[in-house]
Design a protein around this ligand. Sequence first.
Ligand code: FEO
Length: 165
Amino acid sequence: MIKDKILKALNKQINEELYSSYAYLAMSAHFKSESLDGFAHWYRLQSEEEYGHAMKILDYINDRHGKVTLMKIDPPKATWKAPVDIFKETFDQEVSVSKSINGIVELSLAEKDYATNNFMQWFVSEQVEEESTALKLLDRLKLIGDNKNGLIMLDRELGMRASAS
Ligand code: FEO
């Protein structure tokens, strides 16, 4: 059986992932309202990916015969001044998620729960990629600055993102 401390941390992580999903969905809707359909598409897929992360943890808890407890999801922001602010917030969110994932890894070692430690390694690797992608896009947005052509070009590029499934 899974220990209470680990179960609590995993249930909290489900909430973190669902919040990310919710926040990226809000960002997608915002970009759509600004007619930046490529950004909207990219964030919609990102939202779906985060939902998938939450489901992965939920399935793991069930596999370990633990009790899934869903918590309230905080409402995300709905409007932003500029695209660069959204990417800054995305990067900060990913850094925050990495921190909580690392916390679960540390806890799993302290509690000698090697199965959870092994399970969490997938998330550790995923966060390296997620932080890197968010930072790269933030850097590009900073380079683009007020250049509308640059923004349209990036919008087109992000619109070509293929679904993971
Ligand atoms: Fe699932 Fe981007 O954290």
